[in-house]
Write a protein that binds this ligand. Sequence first.
Ligand code: HEC
Ligand code: HEC
Length: 199
Amino acid sequence: MTGFMWVAIIVQADPDAAVTYQSCAVCHGEAGQGDIELGAPALAGQGAHYLERQLQYFKSGVRGSDPRDNRGLQMQSIADTLSDEDISIVANYLSALPRIAPAIVPEGNLKNGNNYYQSKCGACHGGQAQGNPSLNAPALSILNGTYLKQQFQGFQWGLRGTHPQDKYGRQMKMMSTSLPTDKDLDDVIAYIQSMAKPL
Ligand code: HEC
Ligand code: HEC
């Protein structure tokens, strides 16, 4: 816990967003590109409202409270150290950073993935998986395949999207039954990754 105390002191001592972000970079990467090994998603170029909402969700326990959700719990204890102002500042800072395409080679049936993506996901997440702030749907093209799968299954298994106050997660939870098999999910993820490019 000492590490988190240290984070809190830095945040209070200097309101500058880049300085606040230094405490996050150890997991999310210097440029906000994420870290596959740690399960930490890319944040650079993600929608500001989405980022702000997720940080508030972690802080209030709407996301990450399921005892099976180890990574969510980890992020909760970090969000706890942030004030509402810190959250707003860091979300806007991250949203303005350039998007970084995850370095991966897509594997899967792209035709099947394309069909499912465009019929089941694109209406909310955008035709290029670029996200749609007006529908509160995050960009998926910046996220690595491991994180995408883990979150999608988190919705399927009820780790995410089941809290009574999780209005937007609930929408996504309903959509998580729209792919018949895990293979179809893998194909959709491969397709999303095939579109990944810096915008
Ligand atoms: C100890 C590692 C660690 C640190 C430090 C950390 N995070 Fe995270 N963060 C994670 C992990 C792991 C997840 C994925 C949680 C999950 O699986 O639901 C995450 C998820 C997030 C998300 C959700 C993104 C999405 O696409 O839904 C946001 C936003 C976020 N972190 C912001 C921050 C900010 C801002 C800081 C610094 C104040 C920070 N994180 C520090 C590990 C970390
Ligand atoms: C009705 C609109 C809608 C549709 C259709 C939809 N989603 Fe979502 N999705 C959302 C919203 C809203 C969120 C954000 C939930 C939140 O705020 O916690 C989300 C979040 C996600 C996340 C979590 C991203 C992150 O950064 O943690 C993944 C992964 C995802 N969706 C994948 C998909 C896939 C794959 C499909 C198609 C099978 C799909 N979604 C269809 C609305 C939708």
